[in-house]
Design a protein around this ligand. Structure first.
Ligand SMILES: [Mn+2]
Length: 329
């Protein structure tokens, strides 16, 4: 039986009962994943809990200034010395960014699942899923705010990083009054707003900007120009000397074009194609397109990963589903 929704108080007292906790998020962690992991890890450490904050691979350079020495990057974790695992911002158990030494299905350790993805599979033993929250970091900040008047400045900075990145710097429609109030509270707690904004929005390499220019120049359109998309080949990344971890936000080039309802980035990877989708029209749910391609996500932001498929075939599939999605509206 799937666990029912726990209150903030229940979640926090459940987590605080353990001596040693592993905190993880999803593979290819974004700002919310990293901010959530760091925020929880800092809070639990300050309460005397032995925390392992784990990511399997080095995080993108822009996030590194927030990590200090807190993150365990790669390697093995001895599950026998872990009392509980806290999973953050991860909708499905198979996307968890666990050490290779740990197999989810045979893991006998209790699990807490905190997330804001509408399609979360409700795995784990105790959970709090809030699809209304803009970021998992927002859920955590609300939880900590209920428990304490204040949190440390670096815990607040980590959570602010999560909220800023998952709202696109407070530009996206998921930014509610509650999101802004929570961000304001984090700033009162001493969150370093300036560093977060500079690291995320004023921190591109010239190589990246050149690639962006190329993508804008060669943007493809369909569906009466309501669909804008581009393909990133491995050759293109090599030519521009940009690593694939840095390509996440290029989709903004497509979505910011006036009249575009569906933006998509198709990226060629070693064994298939990775898709990111953004909707600019509340009536067009891009997670429905993502589901058809074996992925998932939110109505306005989603993704998919198809193995054993060529870029051209991925493009055809995407166009077919995207045009259908538009015709239904
Ligand atoms: Mn998130």
């Amino acid at each position: 039986m799937k666990p029912t929704q726990a209150t903030f108080h229940e979640i926090l007292s459940w987590v605080m009962q353990w001596r040693s906790v592993l905190v993880v998020s999803h593979q290819r962690p974004d700002g919310d994943a990293i901010g959530s992991v760091l925020g929880v890890a800092r809070y639990l450490s300050s309460r005397g809990i032995d925390v392992t904050a784990y990511v399997a691979k080095p995080v993108a350079g822009r996030y590194r200034p927030f990590c200090a020495s807190l993150l365990t990057v790669g390697g093995t974790v001895d599950i026998n010395r872990i009392d509980a695992v806290v999973c953050l911002d991860c909708a499905t158990e198979d996307r968890l960014d666990l050490p290779e030494s740990i197999d989810y299905s045979s893991m006998a350790v209790p699990i807490c699942n905190i997330d804001h993805h509408v399609d979360n599979t409700r795995y784990g033993d105790v959970l709090h899923i809030s699809a209304e929250s803009a970021a998992t970091a927002e859920i955590i900040a609300c939880m900590l705010r209920e428990a304490s008047n204040t949190i440390s400045d670096d815990c607040a900075t980590a959570l602010l990083l999560g909220i800023v990145t998952d709202t696109g710097g407070f530009r996206q429609s998921n930014t509610s009054a509650g999101t802004l109030a929570t961000a304001a509270w984090l700033r009162e707690c001493g969150a370093d707003y300036d560093t977060v904004m500079k690291q995320i929005y004023y921190n591109e390499s010239y190589a990246y900007l050149r690639l962006q220019a190329r993508i804008v120049e060669t943007m493809k359109f369909a569906g009466d120009r309501r669909i804008a998309y581009f393909c990133i080949t491995r050759e293109l990344l090599e030519t521009y000397a940009v690593v694939s971890e840095e390509t996440e936000d290029l989709i903004d080039c497509a979505r910011m074009i006036r009249g575009v309802d569906i933006a998509c980035r198709l990226q060629e990877v070693s064994d298939g194609v990775r898709f990111s989708f953004r909707s600019q029209n509340p009536d067009v749910a891009v997670n429905e397109i993502a589901h058809k391609l074996g992925g998932g996500g939110h109505r306005m932001a989603a993704g998919a990963y198809m193995r054993n498929i060529h870029l051209q075939d991925g493009e055809k599939l995407f166009l077919n589903y995207a045009e259908k999605a538009l015709n239904e509206n």
